[in-house]
Design a protein. Structure first.
Length: 319
């Protein structure tokens, strides 16, 4: 009996990629046609404000392998990735960016590794950060060190979202339906055997990055909060430590008052202590506020995405 041909699904989040998308499509299609597997290319328009959707629609008319989803607004890359993976039908499923920083030429080697060796996932990691500022690179490396020390998620330094996975791992990721998503952490948390495929950093082929330094910092904080309770432990420790310090300070002030009886002397140092303790309190409240905010968003159970338009009828439009 002839073995059924397996399929490959590639999910590509797209936000304002009118310049890069045609280049990516041309290069990726050349690679797809060399593979033994049938394929589907899932393009997710994440509320783009340029001609990205128009380009996607034209490509879908010419290529039956394309499935596209267009959101009702910008929900973010994490939502686009989740929408794509929820609608992926392939035996092997992967993520790629449209800016060519995830080289399509790596796909055959990654797929070969996944098929012929005992791995559930083949993920990519950058071994260089050519073209990236030194400050940004330094913060990125520190983030990976910190999150690996304080969380259960295994995130390799330089890890990209560019990866291929077998169906069991894909189903496990889909089952993790939290609203506050951090895919790099989810990939590590679900486990499974992963091979890390190293490659040198590639700069964008066109357009500009959608990630500002502030946006990356916020994304890093989200990742730490989503996969670790250590910040809460730090807040608790600081609270206990400052309580002890405050107690001894109170004893010192009482004894000093009893001996010297001078209520004015030491005003500056007292104010410094008050300001310092107030700062610690606000810091701890900020940490707790982050967790409460995340809990609030989860409790509302709002959908991760809303699909406004697609070229297929059997897709999941809201989840």
């Amino acid at each position: 009996m002839k073995e059924e041909k397996k399929t490959l699904s590639i999910v590509v989040p797209c936000y304002n990629e009118e310049e890069a998308l045609p280049i990516f499509y041309g290069e990726a299609t050349k690679i797809f046609k060399t593979l033994e597997e049938d394929y589907e290319l899932i393009l997710v328009n994440d509320g783009s404000k340029d001609k990205t959707l128009e380009i996607i629609e034209n490509l879908a008319k010419e290529d039956k392998h394309i499935t596209y989803l267009s959101f009702s607004r910008n929900f973010g890359k994490e939502a686009a990735m989740y929408a794509g993976i929820c609608n992926a039908k392939g035996d092997y499923v992967g993520f790629m960016d449209a800016d060519m920083q995830d080289p399509p030429s790596l796909l055959p080697k990654m797929l070969e590794k996944l098929k012929n060796e005992d791995f559930d996932s083949v993920a990519t990691r950058r071994i260089t950060r050519t073209g990236e500022s030194k400050v940004r690179s330094w913060f990125a490396r520190k983030f990976y060190k910190i999150i690996n020390k304080i969380s259960d998620a295994d995130i390799v330094d330089g890890a990209r979202d560019f990866r291929l996975m077998k169906r069991p791992m894909v189903d496990s990721i889909i089952s993790m339906s939290e609203y506050n998503r951090f895919s790099k952490g989810i990939f590590g948390w679900v486990g499974f055997k992963t091979y890390w495929f190293p490659f040198e950093n590639v700069e964008r082929v066109a357009g500009s990055t959608k990630w500002s330094f502030f946006g990356l910092c916020k994304y890093a904080i989200d990742g730490i909060i989503n996969f670790s309770n250590v910040p809460l432990d730090i807040a608790s420790f600081l609270g206990m430590f400052m309580t002890v310090v405050s107690f001894f300070a109170l004893v010192f002030i009482i004894i000093r008052k009893a001996i010297f009886g001078d209520p004015v002397d030491g005003w500056a140092s007292t104010m410094c202590v008050i300001i310092f303790i107030g700062g610690i309190q606000l810091f701890c409240l900020g940490i707790m506020g982050q967790y409460i905010g995340k809990t609030y968003m989860e409790a509302k159970k709002r959908p991760h995405f809303i699909v406004n338009e697609s070229n297929k009828k059997d897709i999941i439009k809201i989840k």
